[in-house]
Design a protein around this ligand. Structure first.
Ligand code: ADP
Ligand code: MG
Length: 683
């Protein structure tokens, strides 16, 4: 039965006109059904109203009080003004403060009673509430747990609640989409109970039950989807068996350096996979600079010498181009032909390359995600490698695999992912870790300084550059911005090309034409440019061993993982390298980050600290791993649930791998929708 009602537009609900519809659309509410699945971000416990006298520092409370006085702060625009309210009840008085909210003033009336819900601070007897939720007091107001929804401009909390109530009338129309067995086995509540109680829980216990079910299903869609993609990749009976007559040593022993123990171990693992008949599906994790590229090269060597093609995909044109240049010359003496493919290649040249890929004239193809476009056909693809894997979506990886007949897959990343999580995200992927740096690397010396010390820092840059070294200078913005008080790469370029007029200074940013970017990188690589000013485009993978200085302006604006990646651009050669973090009055968090950066060069340790600082949600922000965004579930906090979910997903897929059975149709729809909305699929 198709259920029409829930699929109707929100304008069916009383009070939602065209203007409100547009606003709702911005938060992805288009159909009545979307309201039901638009969960509160928090709740307001209106079952207990407190007196002002009883308020204590740090609690979140609901207070009824009369608005005695409104005071607007200075500032020309209402939206920049601070608004202070003096509020009283029978027991005492408090102050309510809104920053940048002068516009609220008009909507609030003196001597009216309002309900305030928010966090209380008490400082030397002064009671304050900062940015509370505020609503007019109605005598017959319900004493309940009320939802607090995330809002968008033009919609108030009151409206949102009213409309949600309206949408709730349609709830009986909603059909259960989880299979009965799944509900039973995992003791999950029904979808009706869950939706009802996620919005209007009558007590904590019901809210927990509802949440558990909704978190469970979210993780189930994700896990089942990921496993299904993976199964598609490996279900095909047999993989490629590469020749044991082609030892990787043929290639590695002719390198100008000896591999590290860790590199050798990882190559042995890869070699084992490649010589076995099963499809390789291996993740290589290694900190920036640990030498992943050569691992990829050795694997490609083996593949090609065994008679197959290999493809390698990198997330940016710059990085892909760099891999291409270095591997092309590396492979020259073996008569291995390497081609390059990216979106910016001229049509005619592209046609040639596509043809050479299809006829097998090219042995190795390196590129951006242009490599996975439909027009690219391989003659005999045996090995697929993705570099800086976290930048790609799971689907992009699987599309590349499907271009061969069960090619072996190697993914490389510098972003450490805890093993438990990796297993869940990537299925039964094997993991190799390069936990050793090439010898002779010196620790990068990191200094964190305040803006006042810029002069000294740039004098230091001068000394290094005079010695023949090269420097990166990174700024958070491309151009100066009116709204943001931060350095721009363009502004810095103007400043530094004068200051360093006796050197060659260049400017690089992400929006440049790929050919221009290449030219600049090429010249930097050859040492013709001494100081390269850029935005974070420089972040991934770039390798210029003679560059020894990474100076980061407005370092307070970068996250730890990003700072670490940036710092990884130096310390790649024999010379002592430096990372200088210049911060402009950063927050406590920014200071903490700088301290961590100073204390260690270890990416895995930094990732852990990052987790502590920011909380799991952000670091493991799904987007980092190219996986759909979750609404309620959190991959780290809910790892226990995730384990149960994984078992359930495996059981479901073993019963019905294509989810074609009647009981799975609705589940499959949900999974498809989750993955369809994922950014990772926009290729
Ligand atoms: P990443 O793991 O960040 O991708 P790269 O593969 O770019 O690191 O390697 C960084 C640098 O280290 C390159 O210049 C590479 O040639 C060099 N390198 C890799 N392995 C070794 C080794 N075993 N000994 C010395 N230098 C090495
Ligand atoms: Mg790399």
């Amino acid at each position: 039965m198709i259920n029409m009602n829930l699929q109707k537009k929100v304008s069916e609900i009383k009070g939602i006109g065209p203007r409100k519809s547009v606003a709702l659309h911005k938060i992805n509410i288009e159909l009545i059904e979307d309201f039901l699945f638009f969960y509160p971000r928090d709740y307001e416990d209106r079952r207990e109203m407190r007196t002002i006298l009883s308020l204590r520092d740090g609690i979140t409370a609901l207070v009824k009080g009369k608005l005695i006085l409104k005071v607007k702060g200075r500032g020309r625009l209402p939206r920049k003004q601070t608004l202070k309210l003096f509020v009283q009840d029978e027991t005492g008085a408090m102050e309510v403060v809104f920053f940048h909210a002068g516009f609220l003033e008009k909507t609030l009336l003196q001597n009216e009673e309002y309900i305030f819900y928010g966090k209380v601070t008490v400082n030397r007897g002064k009671i304050q509430m900062l940015h509370p939720d505020i609503s007019k007091y109605e005598p017959d107001q319900e004493q309940a747990i009320l939802p607090i929804y995330p809002l968008t401009g033009g919609i108030s909390q009151g409206e949102m609640r009213k409309w949600q109530r309206g949408a709730m009338a349609y709830l009986p129309e909603l059909e259960e989409y989880l299979p009965g067995n799944t509900l039973e086995r995992n003791r999950l509540c029904s979808i009706h109970y869950a939706i009802e109680n996620i919005h209007y829980p009558s007590d904590r216990k019901r809210l927990m039950e509802a949440k558990y079910r909704l978190i469970f299903e979210e993780l189930l869609f994700l896990q089942t989807g990921l496993l299904a993609i993976r199964n598609k990749m490996t279900a095909m009976e047999k993989g490629v068996r590469f020749s044991s007559m082609v030892p990787m040593e043929e290639f590695t022993t002719s390198l100008p350096y000896a591999l590290t123990g860790a590199q050798n171990r990882v190559l042995t693992e890869i070699n084992g996979d490649m010589e076995s008949g099963k499809v390789m599906n291996r993740l290589v994790q290694g900190d920036v600079g640990s030498g992943k590229t050569i691992i990829a090269a050795a694997a490609m060597y083996k593949a090609v010498k065994s008679g197959f093609q290999a493809a390698m995909m990198a997330p940016t044109e710059l990085l892909a181009r760099q891999h291409f240049e270095s591997l092309k010359s590396e492979f020259l003496k073996y008569e291995i032909k390497v081609g390059f493919l990216s979106g910016s290649i001229p049509i005619k040249e592209k046609k040639d390359i596509l043809e050479q890929i299809e006829t097998g004239q090219l042995d190795i193809i390196i590129g951006t995600h242009a490599v996975i476009q439909p027009g690219v056909k391989f003659s005999n693809l045996g090995l697929v490698i993705t570099d800086e894997q976290h930048r790609f979506g799971v689907n992009q990886r699987s599309i590349l695999s499907q271009k061969g007949r069960n090619p072996d897959v190697l993914v490389m990343t510098a972003t450490p992912i805890p093993r438990t999580l990796a297993v869940i995200l990537y299925g039964d992927l094997d993991i190799s870790i390069i936990d050793e740096m090439p010898p002779g690397r010196q620790q990068i010396i990191t200094r964190a300084v305040k803006g006042e010390s810029r002069e000294t820092s740039y004098e230091f840059v001068r000394r290094e550059v005079t010695k023949g070294r090269q420097a990166y200078v990174v700024a958070p913005l491309i151009e100066d911005s009116e709204n943001l008080d931060a350095k721009s790469a363009l502004g810095l370029y103007d400043e530094l090309k004068d200051r360093f007029s006796d050197f060659s200074v260049a400017f690089l940013h992400g929006a440049m034409k790929p050919a221009d970017k290449d030219r600049i990188m090429q010249r930097f690589n050859e040492g013709q440019i001494q100081i390269l000013i850029s935005t974070v485009v420089i972040e991934v993978g770039i390798n210029v061993p003679n560059a020894t200085i990474m100076l980061i302006e407005n370092a307070e604006r970068f996250g730890l993982a990003q700072l670490h990646q940036l710092r990884g651009r130096v310390g790649r050669g024999k010379e002592q390298s430096y990372c200088i973090l210049i911060s402009e009055g950063g927050s406590e968090l920014a200071e903490e980050r700088a301290k961590i950066m100073k204390s260690t060069n270890d990416g895995f340790l930094i990732a852990e600290k990052d987790l502590d600082l920011r909380g799991p949600g952000e670091f493991f922000g799904m987007r980092q791993h190219g996986v759909p965004e979750l609404k309620l579930a959190d991959l780290v906090r809910h790892i226990k649930i995730l384990n149960t979910v994984r078992e359930e997903a495996e059981r479901i897929l073993s019963e019905d791998p294509a989810l074609a059975g009647k009981e799975y149709v609705k589940l499959k729809e949900k999974i498809d929708r989750m993955f369809k909305n994922a950014e990772s699929l926009n290729i």
